[in-house]
Unconditional design. Structure first.
Length: 117
């Protein structure tokens, strides 16, 4: 089993920045790929970005240039740096982990990001 704990969400004004963190524990060998998904009210959950243990990244095309994913394997932590936030980035952001599939089988509890003036 893998446990994922997210942090870093909150309320931010448009144009602002936030950094989300996801700490993985448990069966770390099952977390080759860790990523972020988000779900806005009334919408389906969507992939934001993923990163493998080797550092290979995949960011949703529409978010490239604003969102960056990184990973500290020594700390079993993945970060999502979000810049130039927009109203439409408002959502619950979920950490997800697995070996290769998108999404993997393990989910965090989610952290709320609200972009509002």
């Amino acid at each position: 089993q893998v446990q994922l704990v997210e942090s870093g969400g909150g309320l931010v004004q448009p144009g602002g920045s936030l950094r989300l963190s996801c700490v993985a524990s448990g069966s770390i060998f099952s977390t080759d790929k860790i990523g972020w998904y988000r779900q806005a009210p009334g919408k389906q959950r969507e992939l934001v970005a993923t990163i493998t243990r080797a550092g290979n990244t995949n960011v949703q095309d529409s978010l490239k240039g604003r969102f960056t994913i990184s990973r500290d394997n020594a700390k079993n932590t993945v970060y999502l740096q979000m810049n130039s936030l927009k109203f439409e980035d408002t959502a619950v952001y979920y950490c997800n982990a697995g070996t290769w599939a998108d999404p993997g089988p393990y989910w965090g509890q989610g952290t709320q990001v609200t972009v509002s003036s």
